[in-house]
Design a protein. Structure first.
Length: 339
């Protein structure tokens, strides 16, 4: 009887290998630093997994050469430290630190037993240990734009992007379409803080503050930014200029209460937790995992600090637009799509 019980336990362990080992999850602090809303949301998801799934998290900082910005070599070294020294079996990494797939391809092949959760980009490598998590930021940005279009008094709103890459273009186009949906008379000013191959636009709050302040003085009354840590500069400018900003990625509404209309949350925390859970349960699936508005991957905040300035009619209109996007009645252009 004891031998039979031992055999059954052994078979059970073999059937669920992910449960038989302590999952170690590695995350790096890379482009944009720890103030980057991307890192904060990923870290929140990892924190939830630590509590509920009993995983062990490790964080490494990508160290650059003296006097230089974060570079791909420093990111690769940080990942190697996580894998070689920390012995992690899951890596969660965002699009700003992937080297557009080169890093994942190189290290993913070198370490086939490590599962890779790549947030916010389709690395399209066909690798069995890699899942690309894509979000419907264009849909969430459409809602942000619709709110801005309905709330602007000057008919001048703005979009500040970090770098001119496809995912940020997706934010911009969705926002522009949303503004025009509720206010065909509104003009949308757009700019990027840096242009490829430079990625400094994600860590330049001073530059963002300067640009936002200039726009506010010119009559722009609402600015939406998708620029990582640089967005803090836009928020500071909105507070100082007594105008409005729209936050991004995480719930930033409390950073300038009453001056941030809403934040377009990209729920990297939910996606990170869900993908780690799949690995924990032996249900990992390589390829693409999509988290759009319908799947709970993006949303606006509850606007707890600005409900006094947003009318019930406007809030009802935003909810109606949200339902129409979910049902497919409203089609939002996805700048990341190849179609």
């Amino acid at each position: 009887m004891k031998r039979l019980m031992f055999i059954l336990i052994a078979l059970n362990i073999l059937s669920f290998p992910a449960l038989a080992q302590k999952l170690k999850v590695g995350v790096i602090i890379g482009a944009g630093g720890s103030a980057n809303s991307f890192f904060q949301m990923i870290n929140r998801g990892v924190g939830k997994a630590r509590k509920e799934l009993k995983i062990k998290p490790f964080i490494e900082r990508a160290q650059a050469l003296k006097g230089e910005a974060i570079n791909q070599a420093s990111v690769d070294k940080a990942l190697e430290r996580l894998i070689e020294k920390r012995k992690v079996n899951i890596i969660v990494i965002d699009w700003m630190n992937t080297g557009f797939g080169a890093t994942v391809k190189k290290l993913g092949k070198k370490h086939p037993n490590v599962k890779w959760i790549v947030e916010d980009t389709d690395v399209n490598l066909g690798m069995k240990n890699v899942v690309s998590v894509l979000f419907g930021q264009h849909e969430g940005s459409f809602l942000a734009g619709a709110l801005a279009g309905a709330m602007t008094k000057s008919n001048k709103v703005g979009f500040i992007g970090g770098v001119n890459i496809p995912v940020i273009d997706s934010f911009k186009v969705g926002f522009e379409e949303g503004v025009k949906y509720t206010n065909s008379s509104a003009k949308v000013e757009t700019t990027y803080l840096s242009m490829l191959p430079k990625f400094t636009g994600f860590g330049d709050p001073k530059g963002a503050f300067k640009k936002a302040t200039s726009w506010y003085k010119s009559g722009v009354d609402i600015i939406y930014s998708a620029a990582g840590a640089s967005g803090n500069g836009v928020i500071r400018a909105a507070k100082k200029s007594k105008k409005y900003a729209i936050g991004v990625d995480s719930d930033q509404d409390s950073k300038a209460k009453g001056r941030i209309l809403t934040s377009m949350m990209k729920r990297l925390d939910n996606a990170t937790f869900n993908e780690i859970k799949k690995i924990k349960e032996g249900k990992f699936k390589s390829g693409v995992a999509y988290y759009g508005l319908k799947e709970g991957g993006v949303s606006l905040t509850e606007m707890k600090y600005t409900k006094n300035v947003i009318s019930g009619d406007v809030l009802a209109k935003i909810r109606d637009i949200e339902n129409k996007i979910k049902s497919g009645e409203i089609k939002v252009t996805n700048a990341m799509s190849k179609k």
